[in-house]
Design a protein. Structure first.
Lengths: 595, 234
């Protein structure tokens, strides 16, 4: 985001605590009024937090880290199961610009600007008493937007994405706009940090990678428009790849890929007037619940943008991922949304860090925390767009389309490519063209419309120039039940021609297991040990075993009774383990990490 | 630079502060930009006055201690608090961090230690190659304990340091309580105590001995706790 964007945001922005407006709310969700107790506990006595990082515990509590310095972590309880009265507890404080918060094994980890920190409550009073540094070796200096962003976790490793070395005005050190300087080495990369704290560069070419998530073994990140980033994008991050943002001198993956940029899953349509998306994206999430299961949601933190949350449907074509974005939550409340998480009942938690101006001025940024709960309403929207090859696309709707669905004139298609240059931000559309929709054929059930489109590139052209955006707009089309269309366009990023297969959500098994387990016991990390705290019948004997990841039992406690069992995990080497509790015929297990 | 080295135990009264802190939070990560010059440069790439990866400990209105998480050193002491007002700590823009107000109320920098690594592992009296690794800190009420590991091959020495304000003969001082574990037979550790800027006096109270005059080291020859107090004439 540049200063111009911030100025626009300041013009359109609202003050913290401004009245909520339903305008732009997705009708499949209901805004839930949340009250926090104690009131005004957050930074600056604000009624809501300034959300830098956020994650959900297996039991449904929410951990929120505020951005800035010194920043705090709060634990919010009471919003599970439809609750609206939230109890807030200050868990940790004195943290530095937390943009990433991840809960692993019910332990909070935060990515501060200059380090990855584990927060432990070893005495069980609900307040962190250990701030353990896991890693602080990734490159960092004191210059402006040298930010560490969201925090991911996969296969016992943390995923740490770093901004490029951005200076005031939005250009990097080392760019032509910062004559006589060079970029701080090692930035603009994602690092993997294992349980021992060892850090390894994983992929590069990022500018402001402000969101990370995983789905199964796949890693995804968002990046934001700016220099060498013509529009924001959702990236399928793979080891050793380069994702487009150049530095001077070049970082290792730019060099090893000889500047060859791996195309994203989806480009946003930045600078697309009232349809614009992706001015400054936060974290993506892969929805696990409801009718959008398998779709991504991505928030936008700039106030006043027309689309605050977009939805992305993804196909796997020729082994690669590509997809289409749709408006989802539009410009409700003029509030920027920085972080989004899904609760166990499909509710959406939105953490605000909207900008009026400039990352550093906390007092001027929009604070807040919103909850959107799914309802029974089914809006009329485009659920998916699938590539059919050079001949066109198939649109899938949430409801049968009305009689006008087979009128080709109801559909328009435009196309362009996003080409990176040092020039700031969007507007770098190359090869913009209007395509011809020659026919529209409605399926028997009325849910699908096949569009024949001419003017799409050949397969060879697409291979040499992937990342072509095809925006399909639908005009004046209603559902058979008369509902107006909510999703009036989809912007598809063509890297290869389909047909492909739908990309689907992989169940978050760790969380599912943990949620079952949490009903019966809780694993609490201590200094050199863990405690198992039982909430089941404490008189019933239980067998407890700790396994390493090879399945070997490392130690066990049989016939344990009472409120808790002490596990001497300090004797274990660092790494992931599994603890299993058996009570009669009931067994539950969960993974945990020994640092 | 005038430097006084006093190797004795409790040569004069040391009043340890009662552990109330001037601000909440009193310990946090930070960085310095144009430290000591009052500058506000946005570019710090070539400036020796810029320092990142610091832990600030606001012990007392007369004592702010900054520890470097890279060198493991007590990097800087200052007999005042950073600019504040409303817990913003002068966090005006982006990476801008600690700053002190100009004028007498801002106090002065009393100590700065620019050594690349302050801790050494010694075997039979000789220094062996080692790396200092910052491990975070513990909080017990208003008492913070910084944690470092000194790693040399298979040897990991744990170093826990609890800093506390101490008024020494009317001068601002810092008591460093250092607990060492993991030393094997024949091993010892030493830490460089002295910095630059102001005359400073270091006193070993227990568990260690002082060595040298410029620089001054604290030697700890066995597992256990050493206490040393430094004071400055601002």
């Amino acid at each position: 985001m540049n200063n111009r964007t911030m100025l626009i945001a300041a013009t359109l922005g609202c003050l913290a605590g401004a009245a909520f407006s339903q305008t732009g709310m997705h009708s499949g969700y209901t805004y839930s009024n949340v009250t926090f107790s104690p009131a005004n506990i957050f930074y600056g006595n604000s009624p809501g937090p300034l959300v830098g990082g956020m994650d959900v515990f297996p039991d449904g509590r929410i951990a929120v880290a505020e951005w800035g310095l010194p920043a705090s972590v709060y634990i919010i309880d009471g919003l599970q199961n439809g609750g609206s009265a939230a109890q807030v507890k200050l868990f940790a404080k004195g943290l530095d610009n937390v943009m990433g918060l991840k809960i692993v094994d019910s332990v909070i980890y935060v990515l501060e600007k200059e380090g990855l920190t584990q927060l432990l409550d070893t005495d069980g009073d609900g307040v962190a008493d250990q701030y353990n540094c896991i890693n602080q070796t990734f490159p960092s200096n004191v210059s402006m937007l040298n930010l560490s962003f969201d925090l991911g976790f996969l296969n016992n490793s943390f995923l740490v994405p770093l901004s490029s070395d951005v200076a005031t005005g939005g250009y990097d050190f080392g760019s032509s706009q910062q004559a006589g300087t060079t970029a701080f080495p090692g930035r603009s990369q994602m690092y993997k940090v294992d349980a021992t704290g060892a850090s390894t560069p994983f992929a590069g070419g990022f500018r402001n990678p402000n969101g990370v998530t995983v789905n199964g073994e796949d890693i995804f990140a968002t990046d934001n428009e700016g220099s060498w980033m013509p529009s924001s994008k959702l990236i399928h991050v793979r080891q050793g790849k380069f994702y487009g943002h150049r530095t001077n001198p070049p970082q290792q993956f730019q060099e090893s890929n000889n500047n060859a940029e791996t195309p994203p899953v989806v480009w946003s349509n930045f600078n697309d007037a009232t349809d614009a998306t992706g001015r400054s994206w936060g974290n993506p999430i892969m929805l696990q619940k409801g009718r959008y299961r398998g779709h991504f949601l991505i928030p936008d933190l700039v106030n006043g943008e027309p689309n605050k949350v977009v939805r992305v449907f993804v196909e796997r074509v020729g082994g690669e991922l590509q997809g289409v974005l749709f408006p989802f939550v539009k410009s409700y409340n003029n509030a920027g949304v920085h972080r989004i998480k899904e609760g166990d009942d499909g509710e959406l938690y939105l953490g605000l860090l909207g900008t009026n101006c400039c990352w550093g001025q906390r007092a001027n940024m929009i604070k807040g925390f919103h909850v959107l709960r799914p309802n029974n309403n089914v809006p009329f929207e485009i659920m998916a767009i699938r590539s059919l090859g050079q001949s066109g696309f198939q649109l899938e709707f949430s409801k049968p389309v009305g009689a006008a669905g087979n009128q080709a004139a109801r559909y328009t298609a435009t196309s362009w490519r996003q080409v990176a240059s040092e020039a700031y931000g969007g507007g770098n559309r190359s090869g913009f063209s209007t395509l011809t929709v020659s026919s529209a054929t409605v399926s028997a059930d009325g849910l699908k419309v096949t569009l024949q489109i001419s003017g799409l590139p050949s397969a060879e052209q697409l291979q040499s120039q992937p990342g072509r955006v095809v925006k399909i707009s639908v005009n004046g089309l209603s559902a058979q039940d008369g509902n107006a269309l909510w999703t009036q366009f989809g912007a598809y990023t063509l890297n290869r021609y389909g047909p492909g297969t739908d990309y689907t959500a992989v169940e978050n098994t760790t969380r599912a297991v943990s949620r079952d387990v949490e009903a019966g016991w809780k694993l609490v990390a201590g200094n050199g040990h863990h405690f198992l705290q039982f909430s089941w019948d404490q008189t019933t004997p239980k067998n407890v075993a700790v396994y390493d990841m090879k399945g070997e039992i490392r130690f066990q406690v049989n016939e344990a009774k009472g409120p808790r069992v002490r596990l001497e995990t300090g004797k274990l080497s660092r790494g992931m383990y599994m603890v299993r509790v058996q009570e009669g015929r009931k067994t539950a297990a969960r993974p945990f990490m020994v640092q | 630079m005038i430097r006084k080295v006093i190797i004795c135990t409790a040569a004069f009264a040391i009043g340890v502060w009662a552990q109330t802190r001037p601000r909440d939070p009193f310990i946090f990560r930070t960085a310095l930009r144009s430290a000591g010059t009052g500058g506000n440069a946005l570019v710090c790439q070539a400036s020796a006055e810029c320092r990142n990866r610091l832990i600030a400990v606001l012990l007392n209105p007369q004592m702010t201690a900054l520890y470097s998480t890279e060198s493991g050193s007590l990097y800087l002491t200052r007999n005042a608090l950073p600019q504040d007002g409303n817990l913003t700590y002068n966090h005006l823009q982006f990476g801008n961090r600690l700053a002190w107000q100009t004028g007498s109320s801002a106090g002065v920098t009393m100590h700065r230690n620019d050594a690349a690594q302050s801790w050494e592992l010694r075997q039979g009296g000789s220094t062996v190659a080692s790396t200092i690794v910052y491990k975070g800190f513990n909080l017990a009420g208003n008492v913070a304990t910084l944690k470092h590991n000194l790693v040399a091959g298979a040897t990991t020495v744990s170093i826990l340091e609890t800093p506390e304000y101490a008024a020494v003969g009317g001068k601002p001082g810092l008591r460093r309580t250092i607990a060492v574990s993991g030393l094997e037979s024949g091993q010892s550790v030493r830490v460089r105590l002295s910095g630059s800027v102001s005359p400073e006096t270091w006193t070993a109270e227990s568990g260690g001995t002082l060595e040298g005059s410029n620089p001054i080291y604290l030697n700890i020859s066995s597992n256990g706790t050493a206490i040393v107090t430094g004071s400055w004439q601002p």
